[in-house]
Design a protein around this ligand. Structure first.
Ligand code: NAD
Length: 364
């Protein structure tokens, strides 16, 4: 029997609630596929800091190093709780960014998908979304402003200042663009390159590299779009997009906008892929505003399991069954609280009930 070791980092806030459902689904797949998943549940995030003094403890690092893949729930604390932790030890800075750097997970895939029969979950007008939404955002994940040098102090006028650096070299740009061109080649062969070259020198280099790489992909049409215009275009006509590629901070912001387009961040899974290891996480945060109430939407976490099966273990068929099962649960009239009950005919189900229904749909 095939065996895979998976480091399971439930994280903070709604993390444990949605991870429970993801593990349920993974176990259901395991039984059917005849594959054993050895799950190593490890502390990571704000709670790990409070319990062990570090948001990314040494034992968790060791387990992640050994694992074949990492399944990660969202981390992060509410504003007031976060203030109990020194800034440099807060979970995003001392756990999330180090995780990404350690495994060089430069390629972040964020599928944005809403089938036509679920178009009413979108806040956009019916005529814009009636045929559904289906594109993928590819975000550079380990460079740019979030990872550049940082400096703060007081200047000669006595004013506090801060300086953060946005840095990319051509190799870092090329590797993410190659991922995006490959994805475009697999899909509809149209790639939107999102940039800000009218202002940022980093985007000028980014676009130069994109032209050089495009030569190897004559079958892929590249359309360049400025990031601010891309934000408007996403709302006005999301169907024009199929694969989008962008630097780290643009992707952070635009992918939350995409979550809004499909009706909730709870519909946003993601894959963070490096040359040797990948980890899988919802694109959203720990949602402290709804944590502990059993109402979070676990689609993003279960979808991250599907991405893991597909990208880390080559289990495309099982991944396809999970997507189909989740679609079926919605199609049969269920909804979660975040998506509401737009046409008044749906049954609002809890986090756990959504997971149970997905398992039942897998068995059907
Ligand atoms: P958030 O993404 O946690 O929540 C934004 C809104 O979306 C909230 O109203 C929340 O209830 C809702 N939401 C998110 N996921 C949902 C789900 N699965 N089901 C139903 N509703 C859902 O953003 P925030 O509140 O700004 O951030 C909370 C914390 O998460 C912060 O500490 C932030 O730094 C952290 N964060 C972590 C990650 C990560 O772990 N990769 C990513 C983003 C934010």
């Amino acid at each position: 029997m095939k065996e895979y070791a998976i480091a399971v980092l439930e994280g903070d806030g709604i993390g444990p609630e949605i991870m429970r459902e993801a593990v349920k689904v993974l176990e259901a797949v395991s039984a059917k596929a005849g594959v054993r998943f050895n799950l190593l549940k490890m502390p990571f995030g704000g709670q790990a800091y409070f319990n062990y003094g570090h948001a990314f403890p040494g034992e968790t690092i060791a387990a992640c190093d050994k694992a074949d893949a990492i399944l990660k729930g969202p981390i992060g604390l509410g504003v007031e709780e976060a203030r109990r932790i020194p800034v440099e030890k807060q979970p995003e800075r001392s756990a999330l960014l180090p995780l990404r750097k350690r495994y060089n997970t430069f390629a972040n895939y964020r599928p944005v998908y809403l089938p036509p029969e679920l178009a009413d979950f979108s806040p956009l007008k019916r005529e814009i979304v009636k045929d559904g939404i289906d594109f993928v955002m590819i975000r550079e994940l380990i460079g740019g402003l979030y990872f550049g040098g940082k400096e703060e102090g007081t200047d000669q006028n006595g004013l506090r200042y801060v300086k953060e650096t946005l840095e990319y070299d051509e190799q870092e740009i090329a590797q993410i663009l190659e991922v995006a061109f490959e994805e475009a080649r697999r899909r509809k062969k149209v790639l939107h390159n999102v940039h800000k070259s009218n202002v940022l020198m980093s985007s000028v280099l980014w676009n130069d590299v994109s032209r050089e790489i495009a030569v190897q992909y004559p079958d892929v049409e590249v359309r360049h779009v400025i990031v601010d215009a891309a934000a408007a275009a996403l709302v006005l006509n999301p169907r024009q997009f199929d694969v989008m590629v962008m630097e780290n901070m643009f992707g952070d912001i635009l992918s939350d906008l995409a979550g809004g387009l499909v009706g909730s961040l709870g519909l946003m899974p993601s894959a963070c892929v490096g040359p040797e290891k990948a980890y899988y996480e919802p694109a959203h945060g720990s949602a402290p505003d709804i944590a502990g109430r059993g109402i979070a939407n676990p689609y993003s976490m279960i979808g991250s399991v599907a991405l893991m099966l597909e990208k880390s273990f080559g289990m495309e068929e099982e991944a396809g069954r999970i997507w189909a099962a989740m679609r079926r649960v919605f199609a049969e009239g269920a909804t979660t609280a975040d998506l509401g009950n737009p046409d008044g005919t749906r049954t609002v189900v809890s986090t756990a009930e959504f997971g149970d229904r997905v398992v039942a749909a897998l068995d059907a």
